[in-house]
Design a protein around this ligand. Structure first.
Ligand code: N01
Length: 488
């Protein structure tokens, strides 16, 4: 028997695509008893936090946007970060979400109250809020990862992570070291090469890079999209189908990857003439095993005279220099970390406590897992958007987010209709879903032996969805109450 009523029916955490999409769906369904908690002072999630030079989406914007809110104003096929942030601000305003967002409220702890069947959330600002349901839209790539290198804390120069770019620090004329050659670094490196006196790029593993089929969207096209929205929808659908066909190579038959690999090899040959540098930047693992990156200016920028690609490991950092395994010491003024995010720990220890006070992290000792990337047994009425194994190597995350939002909305509808106060996914349903998922992942290109943030230290892939996104949409189309223990 519950004794107290929660402050809200739903608390949404975060204001990126996930949190805003969820808020919009709640509004559209006429559910107004909700709040969105946001740690920062503006909306935008990763598109607010990442503003390094050259930051842009690597999925075409016609598809990397809400299905219900096409943007006829994209200026490029792959929109730059300021446009995506503006788009999200526009969505928040247009759908009347601003009054529902509580800024400066970073959720530090969420504790499930079994007796009252509600969540109690504590924020860093000292607020306590209760809610029947919590929907986390915190994203899996928001906590910056720093390398663990001897002597880093003794470095006297400037350091920052790609996610915390310091635009006030002038790079002009400086000797700069960049550590990492992932999706972020390949975007900012070509931007800073013309400014710096010298760039040392510390590459642990070269990425496979494909040409980026980017171009300006002309004003005539933008006018067409504005007045004939169906034309933009047709392009969106065509992009969707084209990207979806990549699943054939990633999951169903990795040998198909040989074809794009040839194209990537040609891209290296065209961009770089020096055979030593060519060899350095050519990966020795299967195409697609790590995230395939797209860029037209990254490889050419490495061939510039003021750039050295260093493939020796870093031995130590000293007050003004970096020393590599071969004993060479290079003087630098600044170190920029392009070292990515803690993708394997999407939720930190001590943040989410379910039934019997169990920490969510303790249920993830074999790696993060959830039912449909959304629900975890023992954590009733708690849903994650972009949770474990919902990531994509081939298409738009916004599609996955919208699928999960529809699932949570159907759950809310059924809870309301049936008077349920608690839904808790059954352990057997979660187990069998994940057994099936891991079996599919075992045959994918991501399991061909490279080291990437997709897999954890034990080699288990906890991040990617192994299949077509329309299959995920089918599975999340309706809330399958039979797989949940429900309580009035
Ligand atoms: O991070 P990463 P990112 N010593 O993890 C290296 C999304 N994203 O920020 O490959 C030396 O890809 C590491 O080396 P290795 C996208 O999903 C999207 O670039 O592990 N090097 C690697 O080179 C992406 O995948 C967009 O051997 C070290 C790099 O640092 C994800 O974010 C744009 C090291 C990290 O690369 C992360 O991208 C940008 C060490 N100790 C990002 N530790 C879109 O456009 C790590 N590295 C949508």
């Amino acid at each position: 028997m519950t004794t107290i009523s929660p402050d809200y029916q739903v608390i949404v955490v975060g204001t990126g695509f996930s949190g805003l999409g969820m808020g919009i769906a709640l509004k559209k369904a006429g559910i107004n008893s909700f709040a969105i908690l946001e740690k920062a002072d503006d909306v935008g999630g990763t598109w607010r936090d990442n503003h390094y030079p050259g930051c842009a989406c690597d999925v075409q914007s016609h598809l990397y946007s809400f299905s219900f809110e096409p943007n006829p104003n994209w200026t490029r096929m792959y929109a730059p970060q300021p446009e995506i942030k503006k788009y999200l601000q526009h969505c928040a305003r247009k759908y009347g979400l601003m009054p529902q967002i509580q800024f400066g409220q970073e959720v530090k702890k969420a504790i499930y109250d079994e007796q009252n069947k509600l969540w109690r959330l504590e924020t860093a600002a000292g607020k306590t809020i209760t809610s029947r349901m919590v929907v986390s839209g915190m994203g899996g790539l928001s906590t910056a990862a720093y390398p663990n290198i001897k002597g880093l804390n003794t470095f006297k120069g400037k350091t920052f992570h790609s996610q915390d770019w310091d635009h006030d620090y002038p790079l002009t004329g400086k000797r700069v070291a960049v550590i990492g050659t992932g999706a972020s670094a390949i975007q900012f490196v070509p931007q800073i090469v013309p400014q710096v006196a010298h760039l040392d790029l510390y590459q642990r593993t070269p990425p496979w890079i494909m040409p980026k089929p980017d171009r300006e969207i002309t004003s005539a096209e933008r006018t067409l999209f504005k007045y004939v929205p169906k034309s933009q929808e047709a392009i969106r659908n065509a992009i969707y189908l084209q990207l979806e066909s990549r699943v054939l190579g990633f999951v169903l038959n990795p040998r198909v990857m040989k074809l794009p690999e040839l194209q990537a090899r040609r891209h290296i040959r065209q961009a770089i003439k020096d055979p030593v540098l060519r060899k350095k930047v050519t990966p020795d693992y299967a195409f697609g095993c790590k995230r395939v990156l797209i860029s037209n200016d990254y490889l050419p920028s490495l061939a510039k005279p003021n750039v050295d690609v260093i493939s020796h490991g870093i031995k130590e950092v000293r007050a003004n220099s970096i020393v590599t395994d071969d004993g060479q010491e290079r003087i630098v003024d600044a170190i920029i970390y392009g070292t990515g995010f803690k993708a394997q720990d999407p939720i930190p220890r001590g943040a989410v406590f379910g039934k019997k006070g169990v920490d969510l992290i303790d249920t993830w000792q074999q790696g993060a897992q959830a039912y449909l990337g959304s629900a975890v047994n023992g954590f009733p009425n708690f849903f994650m958007l972009m949770g474990p194994n919902t990531g994509l190597g081939h298409s738009s995350m916004v599609f996955m987010i919208e699928s999960q939002i529809a699932y949570v909305m159907d759950c809310l509808k059924q809870m309301q209709k049936n008077g349920w106060k608690e839904v808790d996914v059954r352990a057997e349903a979660q187990q069998s879903f994940n057994t099936d998922l891991q079996e599919k992942l075992g045959n994918s290109v991501w399991s061909t032996g490279c080291k990437s943030w997709y897999v954890n230290a034990d080699g288990k892939n906890t991040t990617l969805w192994p299949g077509f996104t329309f299959d995920f949409r089918r599975q999340t189309a309706n809330f399958d109450a039979k797989n949940y223990a429900v309580e009035q």
